[in-house]
Design a protein around this ligand. Structure first.
Ligand code: ATP
Length: 270
């Protein structure tokens, strides 16, 4: 795979500040990148513990994928250091993982904010669809929070084992192994799972993992919380229709979410 030369970064420009967590290949840090124009950018730095070329090549696959995307709700690749130790540098999402953010701020969320997140994520997924990419691992832990009004999709690593025989790896594609049901039209199912993840993280009761199990088993869930707008619940039910061709398209999901958001906002103001 080829990475555009403009992504090569001199490690002298990078300052690591603190560890954010463990990635699959090594520690992830928060840091600062000083550009040639002397601008300081907040960055996240992924490190790769193993230094053999097979592992570093796998590690860099995420960068190869990320360089193709330019969307306001997808974490941007800033660059790489391809000499050892190999680093992957990307835009920092200051507030970390959506899942823990939802839990930590449980009482400060209103329906409108959650709808905004859903809409942002559905726009990033439909963008990926236009690029013919499938995010293989949609889950609230792979959605990061930049600020209270803005979430972004992250984690485009390809390297985890594919454990579902329905989907065979094909070059340049991210495979939706975990959350896909075999008959599903992949993108819709992902959008639904995301929305459900967001909504159910918010509500007490059913643990997230149970939600996924239930949907994969073809069960349908009750309305997530009394605060859930009925139109949103209707949309969710349509997305869960057994017959994939009867489910709304991605564009329709986006439009409907926009409409629900507008209604909620005007209810809020009245
Ligand atoms: P996995 O595939 O198991 O998710 P990974 O190698 O893709 O692992 P991440 O989970 O993406 O690694 O990252 C590890 C930790 O670093 C997570 O806690 C994540 O929230 C944090 N992190 C990753 N990227 C960013 C970013 N751009 N901004 C802020 N935090 C980040």
């Amino acid at each position: 795979a080829i990475l555009a030369p403009s992504y090569q970064i001199d490690r002298k420009q990078i300052q690591m500040i603190e560890a954010l967590g463990h990635g699959q290949f090594g520690e992830v840090y928060r840091g600062i990148l000083k550009t040639e124009q002397q601008i300081e950018l907040n960055i996240a730095i992924k490190t790769c513990k193993e230094q053999d070329s097979l592992t570093t090549e796998k590690f860099l696959e995420e960068a190869y994928v990320m360089q193709k995307f330019d969307h306001p709700h997808i974490i941007k690749l800033i660059g790489v250091c391809t000499t050892h130790p190999v680093l992957l540098i990307m835009e920092l999402a200051r507030l970390g993982e959506l899942r823990s953010y939802l839990v930590a701020n449980r009482n400060d969320f209103d329906v409108i904010t959650l709808l905004v997140y859903c809409q942002q994520l559905s726009s990033s997924l439909s963008y990926l669809e236009t690029k013919k990419f499938v995010h293989r691992d949609i889950a609230a832990r792979n959605v990061l929070v930049s600020n209270h009004e803005c979430v972004k999709l992250s984690d485009f690593g390809l390297s985890r084992e594919i454990d579902n025989s329905y989907y065979k790896a094909s070059k340049g594609k991210l495979l939706p192994v975990k959350w896909m049901s075999p008959e599903s039209s992949v993108f819709l199912q992902m959008a639904v799972i995301l929305i459900v993840n967001v909504l159910y993280c918010f509500s007490e009761g059913i643990p997230n993992s149970d939600v996924i199990d239930k949907i994969e088993n073809g069960e349908r869930l009750p309305m997530p919380s009394p605060h859930c707008p009925p139109q949103l619940f209707d949309l969710m039910k349509e997305c869960w229709r057994y017959e994939p061709s009867m489910r709304p398209s991605f564009t329709q999901i986006e439009d409907r979410l926009r409409f629900i958001l507008k209604t909620e906002r005007s209810n809020d103001n009245s």
